[in-house]
Design a binder for this molecule. Structure first.
Ligand code: SF4
Ligand code: SF4
Length: 529
């Protein structure tokens, strides 16, 4: 707070390039454990070299011999491979339209959290080594050499960006700073600099199929427990299956939905919905994770984790996949799947077996979103819904960055809400394409940076507070598992009267099913009986 800051009004007295980063407990996420990095580096198709013990607070980060050349040649390679990166490096006119659109800047007041300056951390090195003006004019052209100080700055600020892409909505040139952050993180991994809260889930997903490292029997037990809970509450027996060859549909959701609150209630909603319509589907204990933390590390890791879902669909011989309420799973699906692993021609274009609707938007990915699927059921009158069963809820809807900005899923969740609950919108400039991030996405949902997370989540929390104070909102609904986890902490801090839920939980609450023997559920599927 003593440096240049929007919060205190202190004006910078030095050029941004001359202000070094200072690491102290609480302002950085812990580095990846050596054994996790070693494991990942030993896996086919992945490269995570230079595993070691190190700490951001140490002067010496024990970088490998020739680290600077590793970074510069890594950058050269990526400039040749990703045309978008080259364009983003060249075309920023420093208009500043993106500056105050980032929740990290709004929450911390740190100028280096302005998207334009975040990208400049990389662009300055790019200019120095890859442009004529930078080579001749140096600092006058905004160029600077790659140094240990620059590398430390990259680490600090690439992990103070949730790759939410809000800034890109406002950039007249469409510069996507999230992709710049992705490149910064990839380059840092080349010299063994990464954080544990991302690399451990990637390692677990690669090994057992899900972030927590749950083994098949544990995953199955957890879903079974949820099915038992649903039966106790509603009298409806859930007939779910695992790894069933010949099922029509493979259902994949973030593993957080089957082992952590409040996602558990979302998963109970899925189970009830599928039972209500008699869907021929199966869970998989191998593709037991929809989330893809590879997106937060490297393109190779993202590709490998995405491929697992399709390998399982092929093995089981299903027609297509329904995906649960997740954020980054859908970003990977919609932005990268086709060129990484697709098109998945061995599957069929999703067709709802209940309504006959063809999901043409999923013609190449062969994967349809649970909200699209549910909204279609409602539209065709296939669900009996009793809104009064959600009378304890006054909801609002948080557009998850990835589902809203990356895949354009904005109407279906709202259509569902209209039919299952009384709800209101948050202010216009905080929803849909302009939605504010939860503040802890891209693997930043870790407790050692809690203050930073509460700061970066402030713009979202502020909009929720508005509808809580003015309209009596007590529930923040969303369609993302990371959001369900991160928004819960955020609400506990900023708006303790507001709880967080998935849309499918509200659907499960409202569903009326033939043969049910439902107790009085004052708190819907959360009711303790
Ligand atoms: S809005 Fe776009 S062009 Fe303007 S400063 Fe930001 S990134 Fe650069
Ligand atoms: S992608 Fe999101 S977090 Fe990153 S700079 Fe842009 S607005 Fe900020």
């Amino acid at each position: 707070m003593q440096g240049p800051s929007l919060a205190t009004g202190a004006i910078p007295t030095r050029d941004w390039m001359d202000i070094p980063v200072v690491f102290k407990e609480g302002n950085y996420a812990y580095p990846a454990k050596k054994d996790k990095v070693e494991y990942l580096n030993s896996q086919n198709g992945l490269s995570f070299p230079n595993a070691r013990e190190w700490s951001p607070e140490d002067e010496d980060w024990k970088l490998p011999e020739g680290w600077k050349e590793i970074i510069i040649s890594g950058l050269r390679e990526r400039l040749a491979k990703f045309r978008s990166l080259k364009i983003f490096m060249d075309c920023c006119v420093r208009c500043g339209a993106c500056a105050d659109k980032c929740h990290f800047f709004l929450g911390t007041g740190d100028p280096k959290n302005m998207p334009v300056l975040r990208a400049e951390l990389l662009r300055s090195v790019y200019r120095n080594d890859f442009t004529l003006a930078g080579k001749i004019l140096g600092k006058m052209a905004g160029a600077r050499e790659m140094t240990v100080g620059v590398l430390k700055e990259w680490f600090m600020y690439s992990y103070q960006c949730t790759e939410c892409r809000r800034c890109s909505v406002f950039c007249p040139y469409g510069i996507d700073t999230a992709e710049v952050t992705m490149m910064l993180r990839e380059l840092l991994h080349l010299v063994g600099v990464g954080i544990n809260w991302i690399l451990e889930p990637v390692s677990n997903s690669n090994r057992t199929g899900n972030h927590m490292g749950l083994q098949p029997h544990t995953f199955k037990d957890n879903v079974d427990f949820l099915a038992d809970d649903v039966e106790n509450l509603t009298g409806i027996k859930i007939n779910h299956t695992f790894n069933r060859k010949g099922a029509e549909i493979l259902f994949i959701t973030p593993s957080a939905d089957v082992f952590a609150e409040p996602g558990l209630y979302t998963a109970m909603g899925y189970l009830l919905l599928f039972e209500a319509i008699g869907l021929d589907y199966t869970w998989s204990t191998y593709a037991s994770e929809g989330g893809n933390f590879g997106l937060f590390t490297s393109n190779e890791a993202m590709k490998k984790l995405n491929a697992k879902m399709y390998a399982e669909a092929k093995r089981l011989g299903v027609k297509y996949i329904i995906g649960g309420e997740c954020g980054h799973m859908w970003r990977v699906l919609h932005q990268y799947m086709d060129t990484m692993n697709g098109p998945a021609d061995f599957l069929e274009t999703p067709v709802s077996p209940i309504t006959g609707t063809v999901f043409k938007n999923a013609a190449s990915t062969k994967m349809t979103h649970i909200s699209e699927f549910t909204a279609d059921l409602i539209k065709n009158g296939k669900l009996k819904l009793d809104k009064s069963r959600n009378s304890h809820v006054k909801a609002t809807y948080h557009d998850s960055c990835n589902t809203a900005r990356a895949m354009g899923l904005m109407e279906e969740p709202r259509y569902i809400l209209d039919h299952v609950v009384d709800w209101v919108e948050m202010p216009e400039n905080t929803i849909r394409e302009q939605t504010f991030c939860c503040g802890s996405g891209t693997g930043l949902n870790t407790d050692e940076i809690m203050e930073l997370r509460m700061r970066s989540g402030l713009p979202r929390a502020n909009a929720v507070k508005h509808v809580h104070d003015k309209k009596g909102v007590n529930m923040l609904s969303c369609v993302c598992a990371i959001d369900r986890a991160t928004l819960t902490s955020l609400m506990n801090y900023w708006n303790p009267d507001v709880r967080v839920c998935g849309i499918s939980e509200l659907v499960g609450n409202a569903l009326v099913i033939d043969g049910e023997n439902r107790a009085e559920l004052d708190d819907g599927l959360r009711t303790m009986v």
